[in-house]
Design a protein around this ligand. Structure first.
Ligand code: FE2
Ligand code: FE2
Length: 326
């Protein structure tokens, strides 16, 4: 078992017989939990939780998790620690490394929800003040948010700006009007805004992600769109569509909605191409930088399957001189 997966995580174990609870306590301690309190019955949980301040409660045997939640959070404010039945983590009742990992994912999800709430509060306060602000000030604030997101998973914060510039250039080449080109240029840097809400342990993981972890990363599209939803300005609307759909693929095999072809908003199709190209030609912790020609070849190879062929034609027509300038 990993030594410190639960480092800093205080756990309360409720229900089960004494022997079960004690053996679980030693397994949780071995996984790094600094404090594991045992509570025999639901009636005692409120007092014990107030004293121990657990971050998660594990319920054993036939303890009803809902009854525990009600005791701790009678008004349903979603304020207590999560109550997780042990049977949801492990079929055989033994904790083991995979179950500890699942438990830590539950906790990370919860932390992610909390961060998203904070982020929504920031955006809501910006939306309020936007009645007085000019569009330029709002765009500036949004760019700063995008920069914050970029710092979380990329060592080159210019990435978001380069993606905006290339997406806008392709849009212009496709004959889109000045307003659309401007909107794409401003909104594209926000494509990965939702990554602010992805736990560091997943986003910054140096090795390959597990399927479960990749599913969590994929939520950044919907999370980003949620933060940008219902904005009062046109640029927020474009940014919302880009955030949601920049991982959709032309053949319908992308995420989060599995949209295909023209059902994918054009602004998102443009950003998809610009984003993939920029990632390929720059070094990342997990890959070398590709040559510009190799990356362009990869894009051409994906025309009509991953990418909108019209966008790839515009990319090609622009030529190498326009691909990498910021
Ligand atoms: Fe993304
Ligand atoms: Fe990106």
């Amino acid at each position: 078992m990993d030594d410190d997966v639960l480092a800093g995580t205080r756990v309360l174990v409720i229900g089960g017989n004494r022997e079960e609870a004690e053996s679980l306590r030693s397994e949780l301690t071995a996984a790094g939990s600094p404090s594991v309190d045992l509570v025999p019955a639901v009636e005692l949980v409120a007092a014990q939780a107030a004293a121990a301040q657990p971050q998660v409660i594990l319920s054993l045997g036939d303890t009803d998790p809902e009854a525990v939640r009600v005791k701790l959070d009678p008004l349903g404010l979603d304020s207590g620690p999560p109550v997780v039945p042990l049977s949801e983590l492990t079929p055989d009742g033994r904790l083991g490394a995979p179950a500890v990992r699942r438990l830590s994912l539950v906790l990370e999800h919860r932390a992610m929800r909390r961060r998203l709430g904070e982020l929504e509060a920031i955006v809501a306060s910006q939306a309020l003040s936007s009645f007085r602000d000019t569009e330029a000030i709002r765009v500036d604030a949004l760019q700063r948010l995008a920069l914050a997101a970029e710092y979380r998973d990329d060592n080159s914060p210019e990435h978001t700006q380069r993606v905006g510039a290339l997406a806008a250039r392709m849009a212009r080449h496709m004959g889109m009007d000045d307003r659309f080109v401007w909107l794409v240029r401003q909104a594209a840097p926000l494509h990965d805004l939702g990554k602010i809400a992805i736990p560091d342990s997943i986003l910054l993981k140096p090795g390959k992600l597990s399927d479960e972890e990749f599913e969590v990363v994929k939520t950044h599209a919907v999370l980003g769109a949620r933060v940008l939803a219902d904005g009062k300005s046109e640029v927020l609307g474009v940014a919302e569509r880009i955030a949601r759909s920049h991982h959709e693929r032309w053949d319908g095999s992308g995420y989060p909605d599995g949209l295909g072809a023209d059902a994918i908003p054009l602004e998102a199709r443009l950003v998809h191409v610009a984003d993939v190209f920029d990632v390929l030609v720059h070094e990342r912790p997990y890959k070398e930088a590709w040559s510009v020609e190799d990356a362009a070849g990869e894009l051409r190879a994906g025309s009509g399957t991953q990418f909108d062929p019209t966008v790839i034609s515009a990319f090609d027509a622009l030529g190498a001189g326009s691909w990498t300038t910021g």
